[in-house]
Design a protein around this ligand. Sequence first.
Ligand SMILES: C[S@@+](CC[C@H](N)C(=O)[O-])C[C@H]1O[C@@H](n2cnc3c(N)ncnc32)[C@H](O)[C@@H]1O
Length: 226
Amino acid sequence: MSEKIIKSADRVKNIGEVFTPQKTVDFMLDQPEIKTKVNSLTATFLEPSAGEGAFLVEILKRKLLYAKTQANGKKDLQNKLLQALSTLYGIELMEDNVEMLVMNMVNTFRDVYFKTFSPEEQNQKILKSANVIISANMAQGNALTYKTATGNSIVFSEWKPVGKSKVQRTEYTFDSIVEGSGPTGTVQEHSEQLDLFADFDAEPEETKAIKYIPVKWEDVYKQLKA
Ligand SMILES: C[S@@+](CC[C@H](N)C(=O)[O-])C[C@H]1O[C@@H](n2cnc3c(N)ncnc32)[C@H](O)[C@@H]1O
């Protein structure tokens, strides 16, 4: 079956939308310097014009295969599959493409998961956590302005392994990542209560960075904040 690489001439003209054929994706990912990064549980990839995931889906397949060679038992493998997934990030402008991107990432993870674990071994928490990671890492937005369609900053999560089975999630705005401005660029949340007696001449209320509690990889789906 031939691959569909364009959706319409208008989209090619307006947003430069041409999807990369699988043969080209394979050729590029087979380059030695890329291969080294694919065969790593920590090297991250960001595709700033992700389309429907031609590259990210193939990198995910390859990283999951690699994770299987690195695991120490079934439990560790479940953690490592999530860890591999957590290293992949995408930005895509068009809503329909992002929907396909997310669906393709979810299905790729699930296919591998179901082929790797017997029904008795399968754990729904892993699949729910995979969905949370994919939603956090695949952003709909403009990679040039760093904004979402609603004008908010694009936000990504860092997934930092803690010990053998836990992960610390921290959110950063995309512009702070590009500028390398570190913790000052982390996502801030304001106090939820409006203080009716606030002194309007006073300095703006102090904000605090959103902080997630380190949890087991399988509990990522709970999204527990500190
Ligand atoms: C040439 S296609 C490549 C898609 C995918 N990387 C692939 O190889 O199949 C470019 C993609 O970038 C998206 N795009 C165009 N401008 C963008 C922008 N400013 N920010 C994010 N995505 C953008 C388009 O919607 C399109 O899906």
